[in-house]
Write a new protein. Structure first.
Length: 279
């Protein structure tokens, strides 16, 4: 199986999370046969760095990210061979806005801190597991407008049960594989990191991996083909400075529009990419 790759760089408009390092983010587009995919590691979240991801892939060794990437490329390639868009007949779910300044059309925001909580919208908070339980309990939150709090502190089932009861808020889990013993109400699913659809009988919020628009559209496709939350986390293109791919992402209000082209789209842009064979 021949694999081709192209390294890219995304420049964040602001710091992306409490654990995100400063500076540009590196990833790689993959081409496998007729299919395309993205691999965008987050070493801050435990992923192997990009060079290691590509080196292991060249040796035929898969990580969680590259396994998901190859599955994406296979799905994308099958649609391109048929000359059809993967989004044909599908509706991409609405999204929350990633920040405290939502434009018109968004009724939900996702915030990484409580520095500024906007009025008039539902709020999703994500602390990336950086607080202690006591620090979370000490926060003054507009509980009546909190949709859920994601990873307030490292997961311990008894601690999370106490936090959920004391604060009277829903908790969401997004640190690795969901544990068997659950003290949360919402599961965050990132198709870029876990290829399989999760076995979870509660609300599932599909989000991108704050990755390349191709990976973003893969998350949108997964969301559009499953029973998911009314608001997902697919609007991550707005986190980065513009480039040709980011400029090609289209939306109507809080809903992404399917990109033009076959498969996951971006046909003309992908044709212009200077690919290198992975060896």
């Amino acid at each position: 199986m021949d694999i081709w790759f192209h390294r890219y760089t995304l420049t964040p408009r602001w710091r992306l999370s409490a654990v995100a390092r400063a500076g540009a983010r590196d990833g790689a587009l993959l081409r496998v046969g007729n299919g395309f995919a993205d691999v965008h590691p987050w070493p801050e979240l435990g992923d192997a760095p990009l060079d290691e991801q590509l080196a292991r892939l060249a040796r035929g060794e898969l990580t969680a990210l590259t396994r998901a990437s190859l599955q994406c490329a296979a799905t994308d390639g099958a649609a391109r061979e048929r000359g059809m868009s993967l989004f044909e007949g599908l509706t991409i779910p609405l999204s929350h806005w990633p920040g405290a300044d939502p434009p018109d059309g968004f009724d939900t925001v996702k915030l990484k801190d409580v520095t500024r909580i906007p009025d008039g919208v539902r709020v999703r908070l994500d602390f990336n597991g950086t607080l202690t339980g006591d620090e979370f309990l000490a926060l003054d939150l507009p509980v009546e407008r909190i949709d859920f709090v994601e990873d307030p502190c490292p997961y311990e089932v008894d601690v999370w049960r106490e936090l959920r009861a004391e604060k009277d808020v829903r908790l969401a889990f997004d640190i690795g594989e969901p544990p068997a013993e659950r003290a949360f109400d919402v599961l965050i699913h990132k198709p870029a990191r876990i290829a399989e659809w999760p076995l979870f009988d509660g609300e599932v919020v599909v989000t991108s991996y704050m990755d390349h628009p191709l990976g973003q559209m893969h998350a949108a496709y997964v969301a559009a083909t499953h029973d998911v939350s009314p608001r997902c986390g697919l609007f991550t293109h707005v986190l980065y400075e513009a480039d040709a791919f980011l400029d090609a992402v289209r939306a109507d209000g809080a809903r992404l529009r399917p990109p033009e082209g076959t498969g996951l789209g971006f046909d003309e842009l992908l044709a212009r990419v200077p690919w290198k064979k992975l060896a």
